[in-house]
Design a protein around this ligand. Structure first.
Ligand code: UDP
Length: 487
């Protein structure tokens, strides 16, 4: 007799490489390790950023037995041209619900639907799980500390109407796990309770309460005290339980088809082992022209080899070009580097435009350190390959990550800006030298990175903490499907 079809989970990834990449990896593991079938649903990307990454991520899923389904475009032209990216995304997701409902019904007509897993931006999708009578788990691509920050803001505002929201006003916010967060590190969204984005975040967090749980892209040993403390808080029950299931880092082989277009990995092959500093600010990080020049000088003066993924500078001081597609592909970011810089550093260094196959770079034997914007995916990729970091947070929750990494985890040195906000060349050069050769701080950070690489591998191996968590959750979904069939 034919085997019964596998219980089917539908994951919904909001636009953006940092959301799509780990959600896809979660889908792949549910299928490869936990006996489920999976469909990954994507939205049309309103800003079409970094096109190379998402297409390669999706194309690699087919071979892994994960189906993909793209929602159709919805009209957004009534939104103001300067609408905040979060507003655009939330509108896009909200307006796509009818299409998603039809898609889910269609999947259910031929499969045993076991669970719905929208990512953290897609909480408006949760009611569809209730309609279909299946459990809903939110996939949270950040860490538990960021989820705790969200939870603190939501609880602080329990019962408050939109016009009466309260600020997370403490100078240093104390979060579970002994994390102490300075106000400037809260992230853009939590700075001002009067800003529309704060209202959006609170509404998003309130909707989270309808979920049965969170699958969080973290693991016990990177936030041990937070994981343990949250287990207790959850028992008090105002927020769904959070299951650490990471690090969800894709295998470097997934990047094969982008590497040739963007970066000559042969250059890296020619460098000595453990000699190269990799510099990248993720899929949307942007520096001003002045800051780009300072970084160039800092790298040059450090005396070390480097591989720098140079992005278009921001012309008006923004830290991110998320949602802006107009200049992409039109201009050459390398043209904004200081005069003579490429010539002076050629041979020992390589600057590439816009995008690199990052997991391949971080897993390469030549790579020794990572100057990073601390996006959580980049962080986990670094940790999973034992690469210590220099933390240079730019926007969103990157300040939270930088705090955790430098203060609590100890795998990063943090850069300090001058009073005018600029990070000076001397600061950059000194941090690079300390991380590469330092006998005290640098050495401690390098050792921690080695320890965490092993801990990350253990967490995801069969029987490891994250493996077990995912197995437990997948087991619950499967059992519930069988229960529903018998009814
Ligand atoms: N990424 C990449 N090449 C690049 C820049 C980014 O492959 O040149 C990938 C990176 O490996 C990570 C994701 O894009 O998986 C970025 O996610 P992250 O959370 O680090 O930052 P975000 O881009 O969301 O700020």
């Amino acid at each position: 007799a034919a085997l019964p079809p596998r219980p089917h989970v539908v994951l919904v990834a909001s636009p953006g490489a940092g959301h799509l990449i780990p959600t896809a990896e979660l889908a792949r593991r549910l299928v490869a390790h936990h006996g489920l079938a999976a469909t990954l649903v994507t939205f049309p990307d309103p800003s079409a950023p970094s096109a190379a990454a998402p297409s390669s991520v999706l194309s690699s899923l087919g071979a892994a037995g994960v189906s993909t389904a793209a929602l159709p475009a919805v009209a957004l032209d009534d939104l103001p041209a300067d609408a905040h990216i979060e507003t655009v995304l939330l509108e896009l997701i909200g307006r796509s619900i009818p299409h998603l409902r039809a898609m889910l019904r269609d999947i259910r007509s031929s499969a045993r639907l076991a669970a719905l897993v929208p990512d953290f931006f897609c909480s408006t999708v949760l009611p569809l799980a209730a309609e279909l009578g299946v459990p809903a788990y939110i996939f949270f691509p950040g860490n538990l500390t960021t989820l705790s920050l969200m939870r603190s803001a939501v609880e602080l505002n329990d019962g408050a109407a939109p016009g009466e929201l309260r600020d997370l006003h403490a100078d240093a916010l104390r979060l579970p796990g002994g994390v102490s967060l300075r106000r400037e590190d809260y992230g853009d969204g939590f700075q001002d309770s009067k800003a529309p984005v704060y209202t959006h975040l609170i509404e998003e967090g309130r909707r989270y309460r309808a979920a049965d749980g969170f699958l969080v892209n973290t693991f016990h040993d990177i936030e041990p005290a937070t994981v343990e403390e949250l287990e207790q808080v959850v028992e008090q029950g105002t927020f769904p339980p959070a299951y650490p299931v990471g690090p969800l880092v894709r295998p470097s082989s997934d990047e094969d088809d982008v590497s040739s277009a963007c970066l000559d990995l042969e250059w890296l092959d020619r460098q000595p082992a453990g000699s190269v500093v990799y510099v990248s600010f993720g899929s949307a990080g942007a520096l001003s022209v002045e800051q780009t020049a300072e970084l160039a000088a800092g790298l040059e003066h450090s005396g070390h080899r480097f591989l720098w993924v140079v992005r278009m500078p921001s012309l008006h001081g923004e830290n991110s070009d998320m949602g802006k597609s107009h200049r992409r592909g039109e201009d050459d970011p390398l043209a904004y580097l200081p005069d003579g810089f490429l010539e002076r550093t050629s041979g020992r260094s390589l600057a590439v435009a816009s995008w690199a196959p990052q997991v391949r770079v971080l897993s390469h034997r030549a790579t020794a350190a990572f100057v990073s914007h601390c996006g959580w995916n980049s962080t986990l990729e670094s940790v999973a390959h034992g690469v210590p970091m220099i933390a240079w947070p730019l926007y969103a929750e990157q300040g939270v990550n930088a705090t955790v990494l430098s203060q609590n985890v100890g795998v990063a040195l943090r850069l300090r800006a001058r009073a005018d906000g600029l990070i000076a060349r001397e600061e950059i050069a000194a941090a690079v030298r300390e991380l590469m050769d330092g006998k005290e701080k640098g050495r401690a950070v390098r050792c921690r990175a080695g320890y965490l690489r092993e801990a990350a591998a253990r967490a995801c191996a069969p029987g490891g903490s994250s493996w077990q968590m995912l197995k437990e959750v997948a087991g619950k979904w499967t059992a519930a499907t069988l229960g529903r069939q018998e009814q």
